[in-house]
Design a protein around this ligand. Structure first.
Ligand code: KIV
Ligand code: ZN
Length: 525
């Protein structure tokens, strides 16, 4: 792991805004958004293509699965710094350092809560104990890695005098980035911006570290707060996630913050390293992998973000684009949404498209299996889009260890005025099950048939169907099922031109996640 100090221009008021993506860590903490190692690796590769400066790959000490995911990402990513979160204790920090061993550029991100509420009620520690633990943790992290970030959790609600003491101490110990989280999304833009400015003015060694903002979206102001932290406060790193994924109302959305800074360069006066044409691909990949659907009117990446439906607008855009458009759709990757393959496409074309989409398959056998599924899909669907391929390999990426349940066959009968009936065959490990059931509709009948055998007892919290490619009923249906059982919440995603089949796949995918017992420590709380 490189032990060099970070480049000098990152330590002061550079005009570069560092984009720190935490989709794979804070984003993944959202109930139901947990991802497998391979899914995380695929998203990390897309984040690298997007040219984010730092990828927070996970929280290595949370579980063996998290450790392996951070390790795999550290080994694969060459262009972005790879970071692991660690609580402020030696075990977590050592584990993060170990997972990051293979990284071309590594960062350890350690944190401890500093608000009275968190110190007293959660940590049961005094101010002096927290200060000492923060200091020792950063010292230890710096002995392992030249690039160390420190976060005072619930920083925005902390006593400013105490916070200044903590930040001065950790910078003196060598923290190269200090990040001020609004952990609970309580801030408002002007106050948050002023808070960052006040801290930077009062901490004597403030210029020795990069200042970073980390905002949650509980009041819908995460992007506005982050931008105020940059503009008013002088922060030069923004922590954000693709699609604003994250616990509760989510984190600051990467695509919105990036496009705001780029589109309003006249106001922010900052440069970015991001390749914005990769934004849409990243958004779709995260949405398809987690099952967290993007709302149509979401800024930048929503299906309607560049759709001009009103006649007046259409007329204006046709005459001169900038009458109603402040960004070009192609600059965020919308033009890339094209038909790529069809029934007659061969294995080489398929393999090449996988590479272009950043999907890396470990073996020829895996490519062959994915190609067989592609052919099967192409027989049923004339035009195959990039999104179809991503959905197809998302199914494929479920590792043998996780894929306990697999759909083998499904038939269903429904007619107006009759009660629908479904017969489902699926495997559970080496055992093949056949089950039948009635239901309110064919989807209900199919899932009831599966449940009659599995008897998971899981409660369904969400069922949603989405067209993978918009605009026609020829699209594949993408179904998300969210199940809750024994205190765990999981999402399963399934895609197929037949939405009943997609639903059964999604249900089994969710059961697979419940079946793979991934116990992990929570980063916060
Ligand atoms: O929101 C938060 O406080 C965090 C820290 C762990 C950085 O995610
Ligand atoms: Zn957070």
């Amino acid at each position: 792991m490189p032990m060099l100090d970070p480049p000098a221009e990152r330590l002061n008021m550079s005009s570069k805004l560092i984009i720190f993506d935490t989709t794979l860590r804070d984003g993944e903490q959202s109930p139901g958004a947990s991802m497998t190692r391979d899914e995380k690796l695929r998203i990390a590769r897309q984040l690298e293509r997007l040219r984010v400066d730092v990828i927070e790959a996970g929280f290595a000490a949370a579980s063996n699965g998290d450790f392996e995911a951070v390790k795999a990402i550290a080994a694969a990513i060459k262009e972005s710094t790879v970071c692991s979160l660690a609580r402020a204790n030696d075990r977590d920090i050592a584990r993060a350092g170990e997972a990051l061993q293979g990284a071309a550029s590594a960062r350890i991100h350690t944190f401890i809560a500093t608000s009275e509420l968190h110190m007293e009620k959660k940590l049961r520690m005094t101010r002096e104990q927290v200060l000492e633990q923060a200091r020792l943790s950063v010292r230890f992290a710096r002995s392992l890695c030249g690039d160390v970030e420190f976060s005072p959790e619930d920083g925005y609600r902390s006593d400013p005098d105490f916070l200044c003491r903590v930040l001065e101490a950790v910078i003196a110990e060598g923290a190269t980035t200090v990040n001020i989280p609004d952990t609970v999304g309580y801030a408002v833009p002007e106050l948050y911006g002023e808070f960052i400015r006040m801290l930077r003015e009062r901490v004597p060694n403030a210029d020795k570290a990069v200042w970073s903002v980390h905002c949650h979206n509980d009041l819908g102001m995460a992007v506005a707060n982050s931008l105020a932290g940059v503009k008013i406060g002088g922060a030069r790193q923004v922590e954000c996630t693709i699609n604003g994924l994250g616990e509760r109302a989510g984190n600051c959305s990467l695509e919105e913050v990036v496009m705001a800074v780029r589109t309003r360069r006249d106001y922010y006066g900052l440069t970015l390293g991001i390749d914005t044409t990769q934004i849409l691909a990243a958004s779709r990949m995260v949405s398809q992998t987690t099952g967290f659907v993007v709302q149509p009117n979401k800024a930048v990446v929503g299906a309607n973000a560049f759709a001009h439906a009103s006649g007046i607008h259409q007329d204006g855009v046709l005459k001169a684009r900038d009458t109603y458009e402040i960004m070009r759709a192609e600059d965020v990757g919308w033009a890339a949404n094209k038909i790529v393959l069809g029934k007659l496409s061969g294995r080489n074309a398929f393999k090449q498209r996988l590479q272009e989409l950043g999907v890396q398959m470990e073996s020829e056998a895996e490519i062959n299996a994915a190609f067989a599924r592609f052919k099967d899909l192409a027989d049923r669907k004339a035009e195959i889009f990039d999104e179809d391929i991503i959905a197809l390999v998302s199914d494929e990426s479920v590792t043998a260890a996780v894929e306990h349940y697999r759909l083998l066959a499904l038939t269903q009968h429904s007619a107006m005025g009759e009660r629908p009936h479904a017969a489902v065959a699926f495997s559970a490990g080496a055992v093949e099950h056949h089950a039948e059931s009635d239901g309110n509709g064919p989807v209900d009948a199919s899932l009831k048939a599966i449940e009659s055998r599995v008897q998971s007892g899981a409660e369904m919290m969400l069922y949603s169907v989405n067209a993978i490619t918009s605009g026609s009923t020829e699209s594949q249906g993408e179904v998300t099922v969210r199940l809750q059982h024994g205190g765990r919440v999981v999402n399963g995603v399934g895609a197929d031109p037949d939405i009943v089949v997609a639903s059964a796949k999604a249900y089994l995918a969710a059961l697979n996640k419940l079946h793979s017992n991934t116990d992990r420590v929570a980063a916060q709380g």
